[in-house]
Design a protein around this ligand. Sequence first.
Ligand SMILES: [Zn+2]
Length: 208
Amino acid sequence: MNFFQHPGFWLNWYYPGALFRLPDSKRKRLVLTFDDGPQPGVTDRVLDILKEEQIQAIFFCLGRQVKAYPELFARIQREGHWVGNHSFSHLNGLNTALGEYIDDVSEASNWISSPFFRPPYGKMKRSQFFKLKKSYQVMLWDVLAVDYEPNRSPEQCVDTVLKYSRNGSVIVFHDSLKAADRVLGALKPSIKALKSKGFEFCLPPIPH
Ligand SMILES: [Zn+2]
C-alpha cells in the first residue's frame, strides 16, 4: 500500500488544477479509466465487459500502442469511450528532461487526439506539469486498483477498489499484458459491487 493508491491532499497542491476526483462530490458518480493500451487480448475483453455493463470510460492510451494497434484504438472510440494521451513511450517524467518529455507527449498527440493527459506512473516534474497544463486537462486519480502487481489476486484488486471508492472517485485499471489476469478478473465484480452500492459511472466534464 502506498500513497499513490489513494493520493492525499498534498498532490493537489503539487499539481494544481489536475483532476483527481469529480468536482461535484455530492453525487454517487465514478469515472473508470484504463491506462497503457490498446493491447490485443486485454482491451478488447475490457470493451466487451463495459458494453455488457453499459458503461463509458476513458482509455489513456500510449502512442506506441495506438501505432501498433490502430483498429483496436478505433474500436474504443467507436463504442463511445473517450481517449486520453498517456505519452508515446511511457517515460518516467522524474528521470526525463523537460524537452524530451514534452516531445514524447507531442509525438503521442499525432496518434491520440484528446484534451486529457495522464503522466505515466502518475509522476512528473512540476516544470513538465505546468507546460502540459497549458494544452491539457491533466487527469490523475483517486483510486488505483494496483492490478499491475503480479503477486496480487483479482479479489485483492476488487477489495482495494471497493475500500477507496467514494463519490466522484476517478478509478484506474490497466489494459496491459502485465495487468491482464487481474484487470480481467476484477473489473466485472468491481463494477457490479459499486453499482449495488448505488454508484453510477460517468465521464468527466469536458475541459475548456
Ligand atoms: Zn501507464
